[in-house]
Unconditional design. Structure first.
Length: 138
């Protein structure tokens, strides 16, 4: 496993992945004081989130866990280009669900209820701000 290391400060940041690297670096810089950090992959967060109709499901396939799209009750796996394959039906729980691009904001808001949100122009084009009644700035 490759590790990300930064040694521009007196204490090196050493992490197994980019997300952990950034969190560690931001914490050391004091930028996360008073901020609750959550991960969308946390099973407890996923169980607490609202139900959504557009999502992916983490399911086993050929010895790996894959993120399959759930559409019309069917699970499909994108293979590339115009190719997707349908996976066998399987039971799954909320802890295996992650939102699609269009349902991500509502899904996260149902758990964390943020009051401020920073997003780029691309995200603003598809975000439904009516889903963010508590948001005071974005």
């Amino acid at each position: 496993m490759s590790r990300k290391t930064c040694c521009h400060s007196s204490a090196a940041v050493d992490a197994p992945n980019v997300a952990d690297f950034c969190l560690d670096m931001y914490q050391r810089m004091g930028l996360l004081e008073g901020i609750r950090v959550v991960r969308s992959s946390d099973p407890e967060l996923r169980r607490a989130a609202c139900a959504i109709s557009d999502y992916f499901v983490d399911v086993p396939y050929e010895g790996e866990i894959v993120r399959a799209r759930c559409k019309d009750g069917n699970l499909t796996l994108f293979k590339g280009g115009d190719v997707s394959i349908e996976l066998p039906c399987t039971e799954f729980g909320k802890e295996q669900i992650s939102p699609s691009r269009d349902s991500r904001f509502l899904w996260m808001q149902s758990v964390i209820g943020c009051t401020h949100y920073v997003c780029g122009l691309g995200e603003q084009a598809y975000m439904n701000m009516d889903e963010a009644r508590r948001l005071t700035s974005w």
